[in-house]
Design a protein around this ligand. Structure first.
Ligand code: DHB
Length: 394
């Protein structure tokens, strides 16, 4: 093997000239690891952007901006929740900024237009908010830190018939996550001996709930099941109470998107007793969550973290862990491999990323709105452990 001594001599000379080369590969780099975080910071979904950005910055404040010797840079862009804007921003971030990871995605249409770009450029896309089941199947580079609507809806369809609710009207936003919620809730309710008697869909943009709620009043079901995206829950609650549906004996049951921690405290006593199912409550009683909520509220006075914040916080943890696994080297496929299968304790409880589906597996909680220390919270009273997305075809 005559070339070996030559190689050794070359290496010795190289290390003598450039001592930094002897260290980890990442230490020789000065280029930052870039996370392109695309969020709705203005418009109807602005609370999603505000929550996720605050949580991502909290993660970095707590864990530093250097990972495995590599500087991490967060680049935040506002897509105003318009998918055409999301696509243009994602292209710019990949082509011009050469981001190592794409993240955020406030609504499903934004995630769906970004997925092909993630595939073409081999860039991991960490979906921190959008929650339609099929998003993870739109690209092998998608990994999700939020939840899915089927995952949280079936728990409520199990709870309802056990609690005297058989006849239900559903009311959902008329786009993919709403259709997921409607479908999985009603199928499961039917399986449990109940029935959805009417399925109402309201427009995503600028919805007027009043005429729909009037219909519900006339239909007199045992309960109204609602899904609307984060930010729209307070309007539904207000209209529900103003139209006297509660007085007419119709119960409101919902995914936790409706009794959103971002808005819940402002909904008033009319919200007391509303039952919802979801993966995160700011009132989750674990020590880790108590620490998270305190730190978040200290860094963002007047803002309570909601399920969007926890999706952003955990998404950042997943990216940091993946970068660590590659010893700072990064690379789309290596990062993706390191994102799959991660297991950790989140402020929401124990979670893992299913290596096959790249979706998050987590507890789903049944919660009741209660007043705690003068404030309204979703207080958890039952736990369904380790729920996989029931929407996956496999
Ligand atoms: C989606 C958006 C939301 O704000 C939410 O609460 C659930 C789902 C979505 O578009 O996927």
């Amino acid at each position: 093997m005559p070339h070996r001594p030559f190689l050794r001599a070359w290496a010795a000379a190289a290390f003598a000239l450039f001592p930094g080369l002897a260290a980890l590969p990442a230490a020789a780099r000065d280029d930052a690891f870039k996370i392109g975080l695309i969020l709705p910071m203005t418009g109807q979904q602005a609370s999603t952007g505000r929550q996720i950005e605050a949580a991502a910055r909290l993660w970095m404040a707590q864990n530093g901006d250097t990972v495995a010797g590599r500087k991490v840079r967060l680049i935040v862009r506002d897509d105003t929740s318009l998918p055409d804007v999301t696509r243009r921003l994602a292209q710019e971030l990949v082509v011009n900024e050469k981001v190592d990871v794409l993240a955020g995605m406030g609504i499903t249409p934004s995630a769906m237009v970004t997925a092909p770009l993630a595939t073409q450029s081999k860039t991991p896309l960490v979906v921190m908010a959008a929650a339609t089941s099929g998003i993870t199947e739109a690209s092998p580079y998608v990994v999700r830190s939020s939840f899915t609507l089927p995952q949280v809806s079936v728990a409520l369809a199990d709870w309802a018939p056990r609690n005297g609710i058989r006849k239900v009207v559903t009311l959902v936003s008329d786009y993919a996550p709403g259709i997921d919620a409607e479908k999985f809730f009603s199928q499961r309710l039917l399986f449990n001996g109940g029935q959805v008697t009417e399925a109402l869909r309201v427009p995503l943009r600028g919805p007027d709930f009043a005429p729909f709620l009037q219909k519900v009043r006339d239909a007199r079901p045992d309960a109204l099941f609602v899904f609307v995206p984060s930010g729209a829950g307070a309007a539904v609650m207000k209209q529900f109470l103003e139209r006297g549906l509660d007085k007419a004996g119709i119960r409101l049951i919902a995914t936790g998107d409706v009794t959103d921690d971002d808005q819940l405290n402002g909904m008033g006593d009319g919200a007391l007793g509303v039952i919802s199912s979801h993966h995160y409550s700011a009132a989750h009683p674990s020590p880790l969550n108590k620490k998270f909520v305190l730190a978040f509220e200290k860094a963002n006075p007047g803002l309570r973290p909601n399920f969007m914040a926890v999706g952003g916080y955990d998404g950042m943890r997943m990216i940091y862990e993946a970068l660590k696994s590659t010893r700072g080297a990064g690379g789309g496929d290596a990062l993706l491999a390191a994102l799959k299968g991660q297991v950790f304790e989140s402020p929401r409880g124990p979670v893992y990323i299913d290596a096959q589906t790249r979706d998050i597996v987590q507890n789903v909680y049944l919660r009741r709105v209660e007043r705690v220390n003068g404030q309204l919270y979703n207080v958890e009273f039952d736990t369904i452990e380790g729920v996989k997305d029931p929407g996956k075809s496999r």
